[in-house]
Structures are given as C-alpha cells and as structure tokens.
Design a protein around this ligand. Structure first.
Ligand code: DGL
Length: 285
C-alpha cells in the first residue's frame, strides 16, 4: 500500500467532520475520503448487529476507494463495531473511544469523570471499561443525550431550545462535581461552546477527536503509511442522502470552500446485499 493513498473516515452523519477537522490540522498532507451515513443516522439507538452491518458496508465502500487506513469517526460505531472490523481488515483502523478515555484520564484531578454519548455508547459501558483500565479509582458518570444529535443535524447550535436540552441532560452531572466531561459522540463538539457555558470553567470538556488524530498519526508512522509528500489534498465527501444539507453544514464547521469544492456525492446502499455474512473483507493471516 502506498503512503500517498487516501485515508477513509466515516460517521453516521455530519458529526465525523469534528474528527476530520483534527485530522486536517495534524495530518495536512493526507487526502481524506469521508463517508457520512446521513440516510441512516442516528446509529445511537440501533442494535450492535445493525451498526456492525452498516459499518461493514461503509468500510467496503472505502476499500473500493483504495484507502490505506480507516478512522471510525463515530463513538457508537467505535464502541460496537471496531473489534469486529479490526479482526477482518488488512489495513490499520482506529476508533475514537480509546483515545478519548485516555485523554480524560489524564485531565481529571478529582477522579470524577462524566461521559455523554448516544444510548448505544453509554449502554455499552466502553468508556467506563477503558477508564477503569487506566485507573480503577476513577468514578464514571454516564449520561445518554440522544436529542443532541438531531439538534446538531438541524443546525440548532446557539439556540434557546438547545440550551434547555443541555440543562436537562447535564445539570445532574454537574451536581456530581465531576471535573472532566467526555464529549463521547462526534456530534457533540459542535455544541461545545454552549455546553461549556452551562457546565462552567471547573469542568474540562474532552474532545476525543483531538487525541484520536494524534494516535492515528502514530498508527500511520508505525505502518510506514504517513504521507510525507507536501501537497494540498483534494478531499472527497460522500453521504447516503441529503448532499446539499450536508455540504452546507459541514462547510460551516470545516471552513469555506473545503466541502463545496469537492462536491458531495451520494452513495446508496439500498440495492446492495445487506446480509453481513456475505461481505468479503479480507482477513489477516
Ligand atoms: N456521531 C455518532 C457518535 O459519535 C452518533 C450519532 C448517531 O446517533 O448516529 O456516536
């Protein structure tokens, strides 16, 4: 595999662009092929089997685009599908959960950490598991915030309704006197400004995307896949529905010109065989 090949990044929708932003900052030479599964968002209230099936379909699409490595820019898919995908792929793949847990464990001083995410991520207990592996004394308070995703997808960022919803979900975590809050869904950093105003200065907001981009760089280096050639890559964005809405919203998060210049293409999985057992992703060894 050549180091000039693109990297694949995927999410259930727009949220993964928060990870794209960090990847662009720390790996400016890398060409990104992004897939947002906007037709099937949200993943956060679906079963593990469904999320694994969707993730496999997207990975197959990315492999057809000849990516050299993959970032799962979705906490839900990282929590439920990373292990399955890792065992099936010949190329490196990373999720956002482990890097996010690592960053939170480094930040906390009082060993009380809040984790917010989709129902699937919180119910999986995966953040607690990783945090306890790092430090068994850490108390973890999880809270599913399912309404945050549609608010972000709708573009309601600085909005009274959004602020009320933030209060409704997070006041109980603030009362637990946590000093770190993991934004355990890639949509949530888009609300970080509003969340921070409500949780206050004593609580550090941890964005797993930042740590993930750092670890992804090591992964590329380890595998001799880091692109050293100085270039301005032409990123490609794909969605399963609503390209215009995606382009407008993604553009506002990533910066003028980045998304529109490349055109957002639509790939529809509807006519594909969705039986997970039929996917022929090469196994290692
Ligand atoms: N962005 C996804 C995540 O990080 C969740 C959104 C969804 O429910 O699909 O978990």
């Amino acid at each position: 595999m050549s180091s000039s090949a693109p990297i694949g990044v995927f999410d259930s929708g727009i949220g993964g662009t928060t990870v794209v932003k960090e990847l662009m900052a720390s790996l400016p030479n890398e060409k990104i092929i992004y897939f947002g599964d906007t037709a099937r968002v949200p993943y956060g209230n679906k079963s593990a089997g469904t999320v694994i099936m969707y993730s496999r379909q997207i990975v197959r699409f990315l492999l057809e685009k000849k990516v050299k490595a993959i970032v799962i820019a979705c906490n839900t898919a990282s929590a439920l599908a990373l292990d399955a995908l890792k065992s099936e792929l010949e190329i490196p793949i990373i999720g956002v959960v482990k890097p996010g847990a690592k960053a939170a464990a480094e930040v906390t001083k009082c060993n009380k950490i809040g984790v917010i995410g989709t129902r699937a991520t919180i119910n999986s207990g995966i953040y607690k598991e990783f945090l306890h592996k790092t430090n068994p004394d850490i108390q973890v308070f999880g809270k599913a915030c399912p309404l945050f995703v549609p608010l972000v997808e709708e573009g309601w960022i600085s909005d009274d309704i959004t602020r009320q919803v933030i209060h409704r979900y997070l006041d109980e975590l603030v009362e637990k006197e946590i000093d770190a809050l993991v934004l355990g869904c890639t949509h949530y950093p888009i609300l970080a400004g509003e969340i921070g105003k409500i949780t206050g200065e004593g609580i550090t907001l941890v964005n797993p995307a930042f740590e993930c981009a750092k670890e992804f760089r090591y992964l590329l280096e380890e595998n001799d896949l880091l692109c050293e050639e100085e270039r301005i890559p032409e990123h490609e964005f794909y969605v399963s529905d609503g390209p215009k809405a995606f382009a407008e919203l993604a553009e506002s998060f990533l910066g003028e010109g980045i998304v529109k210049r490349t055109n957002v293409a639509v790939h529809n999985f509807e006519n594909e065989d969705s039986d997970i057992k039929t996917y022929q992703i090469k196994r290692r060894g």
